[in-house]
Ligand binder design. Structure first.
Ligand code: ZN
Ligand code: ZN
Length: 239
């Protein structure tokens, strides 16, 4: 252990580790991939939340305009932080830059949020995650949402089941307008027949929620397969 630590300090001396967000050298004693300053810049999703989609609203106990027009298929969604600044940078590095070392720190943000909002896990039978298409899986080599869901499953002892599959290749949601995002995904997901979902309360984990279209379609797929309730939890909420 002492030798490992010596080697680590030696390596850090020659190749100092840098904060994944601001790129300044990290304290060699710091095991995190981000510096304390950048952690402090990550903004929590401010309450009160829309009673359905978890977006920040002005008055507690209200639904946002989008949910009033179209009530989502999930019973409730929650997001830990806002998708901007240092966190946005870190999620992009995690997802597209393959920086899997960031997953511990990002999962901590979810754990902190769950610590303050323990109701989210109440009655949850199973944790699952938003799948990515086969083409993206080949390109990226991993599913970031599955990694976050696995952390949660291990930390809270709730089984994780890979029970949603993508049945259609869809365009990248980031490149589409709100209306196109909604129609792009219609019917693109299906529940796998790996387990009987009848009567279960399921939590779907994803990295970022923007319009909620993806989570909505996944919730429809699980409900069709018999799930009694579907909740959603994302690390970040896009504005
Ligand atoms: Zn930094
Ligand atoms: Zn809403």
């Amino acid at each position: 252990m002492a030798i490992a630590s010596l080697i680590k300090n030696f390596v850090n001396l020659i190749y100092p580790l840098h904060c994944a967000s601001c790129k300044k050298p990290l304290d060699p004693e710091n095991d995190s991939a981000i510096c304390g300053h950048c952690i402090g810049l990550i903004k929590p999703n401010p309450s009160p939340y829309c009673i359905y989609c978890g977006r920040s609203v002005d008055t507690a106990g209200c639904a946002c305009d989008d949910c009033l027009k179209n009530k989502p298929a999930f019973s409730k969604a929650y997001s830990a932080c806002l998708y901007e600044g240092a966190l946005k940078e870190l999620i992009l590095q995690f997802k597209y830059g393959g920086k899997l070392t960031l997953s511990d720190g990002l999962s901590c943000l979810i754990s902190d949020f769950l610590y303050n909002n323990p109701d989210i896990l109440e009655g949850i039978d199973m944790v699952t995650f938003v799948p990515i298409g086969a083409d993206r899986m080949i390109k990226r080599g991993f599913n970031q949402s599955k990694i976050l869901a696995k952390h949660l499953s291990d930390s809270y002892g709730i089984p994780m089941v890979d029970c949603i599959e993508k049945t259609a290749s869809t365009k990248n949601q980031n490149e589409l307008s709100r209306q196109d995002r909604l129609s792009n995904l219609k019917g693109a997901f299906r529940a796998k027949s790996v387990v009987n979902l009848t009567g279960l309360t399921i939590l779907i984990v994803d990295d970022v929620m923007t319009t909620g279209a993806t989570l909505n379609e996944c919730a429809i797929a699980l409900s069709r397969a018999g799930a009694a309730r579907v909740r959603c939890l994302t690390l970040a909420r896009g504005l």
